[in-house]
Design a protein around this ligand. Structure first.
Ligand code: MG
Length: 371
C-alpha cells in the first residue's frame, strides 16, 4: 500500500476586521491542508498550521519526496521521521495515514481506536474578545449572545489583554446579560503574575458558572501553577502549547493543573495527542482539547473525546468539551460538522465518515503572495 501522491492546499483568509486576545490582534487565519493518496486510490486528509511559505517549501522539497513510495501502513515510523523535521507537519501526515488505515480496513477511525463510547461530544464556543475599535465589550456581548442563541451552553472569553478593571467590566457585562444561560471559561493567555490573579478571586467566588481559569500566568511556571491550583475556587486549565506527553508528565506529577488542554496540531501526531489524553487520565486529570486552528484537526479531537473513558463514574456518557472557534473564520468549515444544542454528532462510516468541502478549499486557496 504505497503512497503515490501528496496534494497540498495552503489556505489563507485575511480578516476584514482583526480580532485578538492578550497576545495581540489576528489579521488573517490560515491552514495547510494535505491529501495523501495511495497506489490503490485510498486517500486521507490532514492539516497543519504555520507560516504558509515555510510549509510549502518544506513539503515540496523534503516531506513529499520522502513520502512517495513509502508504505502508508508504516504510520509510526513515518510520523517519527517527519516529526524530527517539523512537528506540525507530522501531525498532518498522521491524520491522513490514520484515515487511510481506517478506510482500507472498512471501519471508522473511532472503531480503529477500539470503538466510540458516546455518539456526540460537547463543544464550547471560543471567542477572541478584543477589537481594535472602541465598543469592544458591547461587540463581545453581541457575539456571545449569538452563540447562546444558537444553542451553545459554554463560552470561552479572553482576559489579560486590558487593565484588570476593564476586563472585569467586560466579564460582569457578559455575566449580567448571559450568566443564567451560559457557563464561562476565562482565558488569560499567560498575561498575569500570581498577585494579579488574586484580584479575580472575589469574583470567581461569587460566580457559580465559571468552568475554568485558563493559563493566567506563564505556563513555564509549573510550581506557581500548583500554588494557584490550591488557591483558586475554580479549576485551573492549560497546556495548549505543550509538544507532547513528555512535557506533560512533570505538570501531572507536580499536580499543577485541573484540566489539561492539548492541541492536536501542536503535538507530533494524533497518536501522540491521544497518548497525552490517556496519560492525563491515568494521573486523574480532566482533558479538554484546545482547537483554535484547524477543522480537520478539530474533527480528530472530537473522535478522541468520543473514544476516551469518562473522568467520572457518575455518568459514563459525560466527557469534557472540545473548543469550537466562534469567530469570523470560514476555514473552520472545511469539514462539514454542525453544532446542535452545544454538541457535535460523531459521524459514522469508513474513514472519518466525512469528506472535506472542496469548493471551500478552492475558494480560500492562498495565491502565493506575501501576507
Ligand atoms: Mg488558551
Amino acid at each position: 500500500m504505497k503512497i503515490s501522491r501528496v496534494e497540498t492546499y495552503p489556505m489563507l483568509y485575511p480578516l476584514p476586521v482583526p480580532y485578538g486576545d492578550a497576545n495581540g490582534f489576528k489579521r488573517y487565519r490560515s491552514t495547510f491542508v494535505i491529501r495523501v493518496v495511495t497506489e490503490d486510490d485510498v486517500d486521507g486528509w490532514g492539516e497543519c498550521a504555520d507560516w504558509l511559505p515555510a510549509l510549502k517549501t518544506g513539503f515540496e522539497q523534503r516531506i513529499i519526496p520522502y513520502l512517495i513510495g513509502r508504505n502508508a501502513r508504516l504510520r509510526s515510523e513515518t510520523v517519527a521521521v517527519i516529526a524530527n523535521w517539523h512537528r506540525r507537519a507530522a501531525a498532518a501526515i498522521d491524520m491522513a495515514l490514520i484515515e487511510i488505515a481506517a478506510k482500507s480496513a472498512g471501519v471508522h477511525v473511532c472503531e480503529l481506536w477500539g470503538g466510540r463510547l458516546r455518539d456526540e461530544v460537547p463543544v464550547y464556543a471560543s471567542f477572541q474578545s478584543y477589537l481594535e475599535e472602541e465598543g469592544w465589550r458591547e461587540a463581545s456581548l453581541r457575539n456571545v449572545q449569538r452563540a447562546a442563541d444558537s444553542g451553545f451552553r459554554l463560552a470561552k472569553v479572553k482576559i489579560g489583554g486590558k487593565p484588570i478593571a476593564e476586563d472585569q467590566r467586560h466579564i460582569k457585562l457578559l455575566q449580567g446579560e448571559l450568566g443564567s444561560a451560559l457557563g464561562f471559561m476565562l482565558d488569560g493567555n499567560e498575561s498575569y503574575d500570581a498577585a494579579a490573579v488574586k484580584s479575580w478571586i472575589p469574583l470567581l467566588e461569587e460566580w457559580n458558572n465559571v468552568i475554568w481559569l485558563e493559563e493566567p500566568i506563564p505556563f513555564r511556571l509549573a510550581p506557581e501553577y500548583a500554588a494557584l491550583r490550591e488557591m483558586l475556587p475554580i479549576p485551573l486549565a492549560g497546556g495548549e502549547n505543550l509538544p507532547g506527553t513528555e512535557a506533560l508528565v512533570p505538570l501531572l506529577e507536580g499536580r499543577a493543573l485541573d484540566i489539561y488542554q492539548p492541541d492536536p496540531m501542536h503535538q507530533a501526531g494524533i497518536d501522540a495527542f491521544r497518548q497525552s489524553l490517556h496519560t492525563a487520565r491515568l494521573f486523574g486529570f480532566r482533558v479538554s482539547p484546545h482547537c483554535y486552528d484547524g477543522s480537520i484537526a478539530r474533527m480528530y479531537a472530537l473522535f478522541a473525546q468520543a473514544c476516551l473513558p469518562s473522568w467520572s463514574k457518575m455518568n459514563p456518557e459525560q466527557i469534557e468539551p472540545v473548543e469550537w472557534d466562534f469567530m469570523d473564520n470560514p476555514l473552520g468549515a472545511i469539514m462539514p460538522l454542525a453544532v446542535r444544542n452545544g454538541a457535535v454528532a460523531v459521524p459514522q462510516g469508513a474513514g472519518t465518515g466525512l469528506e472535506p468541502d472542496l469548493e471551500l478549499i478552492r475558494a480560500y486557496l492562498w495565491d502565493g503572495g506575501s501576507y
